[in-house]
Ligand binder design. Structure first.
Ligand SMILES: C[S@@+](CC[C@H](N)C(=O)[O-])C[C@H]1O[C@@H](n2cnc3c(N)ncnc32)[C@H](O)[C@@H]1O
Length: 288
């Protein structure tokens, strides 16, 4: 039984590899749609990360989200920045030296200490917001820019969004990682694949459906999209007032709700700097 299982797995692995190699060749010759189709076929044989990575590069071409985050920092020059989920500090490296930073992570893995104007809170984001007022931590200033990249489950990201919005100005920008899944398997709540985005897509769907006052888009950055929310309203209690019902309602949605309409449902924007800059330029500027 073990042997036959192993043979079966190896056979599947070989099939996936062959399909991936053909896909890679087609991608070199610019035959994107055919390459994508072969990648999709390859991952039906198992969790084949090379095929997912190629699928991501073919579906979401251009600069990765770190580079785009860096561009947004350089363009907006935020005075204050909040990052939920700092890990080793790779995204924190994109922050300007003059920006005041709050990082929140229950298990940070930073290789070097933070700068003078950077504070790290070793806590979950829920605990952080229960115990601290980010505006007070920033000396009375609103949170100009936020990156939500903590626990990759919809309900955690939703609570992060609700908590952060209260401390924003209308001109603030809220970014979220992993908003554009490649397929149903990599979008599961439980990680089953090496390449994984979790179910943050539900938050994008919810914000686009329930908060028409916001501008909610997904920038098509590899590997899995960068969500962006403009015109946050610190006075809004629409989401907070019904958070449990919203969690229940959106957790009940199957991935198939995105079928054939994913880019429209998640507000996909081309990963091109002029398009991103135009989006930023059109945001509200008035102070609350
Ligand atoms: C994907 S990593 C963040 C990567 C980082 N932003 C970067 O790009 O370098 C996710 C991080 O979220 C943290 N995390 C997990 N649960 C969390 C929670 N409830 N609140 C805040 N952070 C959490 C993890 O410890 C982990 O370091």
């Amino acid at each position: 039984m073990n042997v036959s299982t192993e043979t079966h797995v190896n056979g599947n692995g070989r099939a996936a590899q062959a399909l991936f190699r053909r896909a890679r060749l087609l991608s070199w010759f610019g035959r994107r749609q055919q390459a994508l189709a072969l990648c999709r076929q390859a991952v039906t044989h198992g969790d084949y990360s090379h095929a997912y990575t190629l699928m991501s590069r073919l579906s979401l071409p251009g600069e990765d989200y770190f580079a785009v985050l860096g561009r947004i920092h350089r363009y907006l020059k935020p005075q204050t920045y909040l990052e939920i989920g700092v890990s080793k500090g790779k995204s924190l490296k994109r922050v300007l030296a003059e920006t005041a930073v709050i990082g929140v992570d229950p298990e940070p893995k930073l290789a070097k200490p933070l700068g003078n104007n950077q504070k790290l809170f070793t806590a979950t984001s829920d605990d952080f917001f229960a115990q601290h007022d980010p505006r007070a931590e920033f000396g009375g200033r609103p949170v100009d820019m936020t990156f939500i990249d903590g626990m990759h489950r919809f309900e955690f990201a939703l609570r992060d969004f609700i908590n952060v919005e209260r401390y924003c100005a209308r001109s603030s920008v809220i970014l979220m990682h992993d908003c554009y899944p490649l397929d149903a398997r990599t979008a599961q709540r439980e990680q089953q694949t090496g390449f994984w985005s979790g179910d943050i897509w539900r938050l994008l769907l919810l914000l686009r459906e329930r908060r028409p006052d916001l501008v909610v888009r997904t920038i098509a950055t590899p590997p899995t999209g960068l969500g962006i929310v403009l015109n946050p309203d610190p006075e809004s209690r629409v989401l907070g007032a019904q958070v449990d019902e919203l969690i229940r309602e959106y957790l009940a949605k199957d991935f198939s709700v995105l079928e054939g309409r994913q880019s429209e449902a998640l507000g996909l924007v081309a990963n091109e700097w002029p398009a991103i800059r135009a989006l930023l330029d059109a945001r509200m500027r008035s102070q609350p």
